[in-house]
Design a protein around this ligand. Structure first.
Ligand code: NAD
Ligand code: 3DD
Length: 468
């Protein structure tokens, strides 16, 4: 079977979920209506590595409506909604995803989503965090120098990737060079994935063009902010079912995601503390009435910890050893290295008990001094590991940008290697597609007004460099 999901019997329920999501994703549905007949993606093989949720299901079926031949894997071991994955498989899409994958299964799913039955790879990629892009790039490096796969590493996930690449190398020593040569470009969904692309561009290692979807205003100032505002406390409440009101929450990072998380926690009437390294973001937190302090300052008082930085080791094992009894610790950043989970698991005398299984991962860690902390989703993003992520309407903005980016790559397959932004006019078109659903009515500039503020009557309305 050219798919692998949890249980095909769930497909009916998944289809119902997709029907609900379609009603809440006007941008994607309008894009299907407008561009579907032209089939702008016809003949193109597209691999997706993006959380296999109901919202992503609507994205997948939009790409197919535009003519693409799609294969899909999730970009996180806990974020798949199994009933939706079954519905997408039933619709004929090779999807390789289920909630609770092991790391070995996860990377094998990514490899299968990148590999068509004839052994060829994709023309284009939709990536979220850069794992599909990483596998191609590390594969090419390993084909040039197989010894890198034997370099010692204490990062277990890298050991898993190396083992997979050794297996592929044996089957075809030039597989990844052939795949990379055919890829016309990738559109990257998230902040951390864009950071990875920019680092590769800086080191002149990037092998194909990349569209930075994250920094479209209608993505990062919506999904990252309002999506997390909706889904952070959803994840915490489903995991722990504790009262958030009146509790002290320590939020690490006050960027786009952090701003949404602060609102999410404040809406539940938590008292929110913020840690930041950027003085401007720290000052913004102060202006929002939040106390800016360090994690160490919070240890005696905080009941809930949330990391939202895209950085590593923000909450250390040492921190957790000094937290209040019953503290709740979670991450909403893309990767699981914001919290030192490996070191926590190796803490002398620590006792770990899994509470709820992979449908909502919660672990209780008891320290030798008998205090315990609760770690949600094993330090992976809590809104998708313990809940269903952002709602459809806000994801419709992100994913309409994804479809625009995929069409842009299809129109410009030979664009020079580099990382590119989506232009402001398209960004504003995405916003326009979502206003009617909310009953919003735009005002039209007169020519005199347009001249006065120096913009075209039809926009774009703010300079590309404007910081929202
Ligand atoms: P951002 O760059 O806007 O914000 C990150 C903030 O963290 C910055 O202000 C930075 O100064 C701060 N920071 C960095 N290191 C820190 C440290 N050690 N201590 C305190 N603060 C620190 O990024 P963003 O768009 O907010 O994304 C944050 C993370 O969330 C990324 O990994 C992104 O990929 C991910 N993300 C997750 C979701 C989700 O649904 N779970 C959605 C969007 C983005
Ligand atoms: N992300 C959050 N909720 C999601 C959902 N319901 N479906 C798919 C992906 C979802 C993650 C996105 O916010 C992604 O854009 C990111 O991590 O930036």
């Amino acid at each position: 079977m050219d798919y692998k999901v949890k249980d095909m019997a769930l497909a009916g329920a998944g289809r119902e979920e997709l029907i609900i999501s379609e009603q809440e994703m006007p941008g994607l549905m309008a894009t299907r209506a407008k561009y579907g007949p032209q089939k702008p993606l016809a003949g193109l093989k597209i691999t997706g590595s993006l959380h296999m949720t109901a919202q992503t299901g609507v994205l997948i079926e939009t790409l197919r409506e535009l003519g693409a031949d799609v294969r899909w894997a999730s970009c996180n071991i806990f974020s798949t909604q199994d009933h939706v994955a079954a519905a997408i498989a039933e619709a004929g899409v090779p999807v390789f995803a289920w909630k609770g994958e092991t790391l070995e299964e996860y990377w094998d799913c990514t490899y299968r989503a990148l590999t068509w039955p004839d052994g060829s790879g994709p023309d284009q990629i939709v990536d979220d965090g850069g794992d599909a892009t990483l596998l191609i790039h590390r594969g090419c490096k390993a084909e040039n120098d197989p010894a890198i796969l034997d370099e010692p590493t204490d990062v277990y996930e890298m050991q898993v990737i190396n083992a997979l690449l050794k297996r592929v190398l044996k089957e075809d020593p030039r597989h990844w060079h052939k795949v990379a040569a055919n890829v016309k470009g990738v559109s990257e969904e998230t902040t951390t994935g864009v950071h990875r692309l920019l680092q590769m561009e800086e080191k002149k290692e990037l092998l194909f063009q990349a569209i930075n979807v994250n920094d479209a205003v209608t993505k990062s100032k919506f999904d990252n902010v309002y999506g997390c505002r909706h889904s952070l406390t959803d994840g915490i409440k489903r995991a722990m079912d504790v009262m958030i009101a009146g509790k002290v929450a320590m939020l690490c990072g006050y960027g786009d995601v952090g701003k949404g998380c602060a609102e999410s926690l404040a809406n539940e009437r938590a008292r929110v503390l913020v840690s930041e390294v950027d003085p401007i973001c720290a000052l913004q937190a102060c202006m929002a009435g939040l106390q800016v302090c360090t994690v160490e300052d919070a240890l005696p008082v905080a009941d809930i910890y949330v990391t939202a930085t895209g950085n590593c080791s923000v909450i250390t094992a040492e921190h957790m050893s000094k937290m209040k009894d019953q503290a709740i610790v979670c991450n909403i950043g893309h990767f699981d290295n914001e919290i030192e989970v490996d070191k926590l698991n190796k803490w002398p005398g620590i006792v770990r008990k899994e509470i709820k299984g992979s449908f909502c991962p919660v672990s209780r860690y008891t320290f030798p001094d008998s205090h315990c902390i609760y770690l949600l989703a094993e330090g992976r993003l809590v809104n998708l590991g313990c809940a269903t992520g952002h709602p459809s309407f806000v994801m419709s903005n992100s994913f309409t940008n994804q479809v625009f980016a995929q069409m842009d790559i299809a129109r410009n397959p030979d664009r020079p290697v580099g990382v590119y932004l989506i232009n402001k006019k398209l960004d504003e078109e995405v916003a326009k597609l979502h206003l009617e659903k909310l009953g919003a009515k735009l005002t039209t500039l007169t020519q005199a007004q347009a001249d006065y503020i120096g913009v075209p009557v039809e926009g774009p309305f703010k300079a590309e460099t404007y910081r929202y």
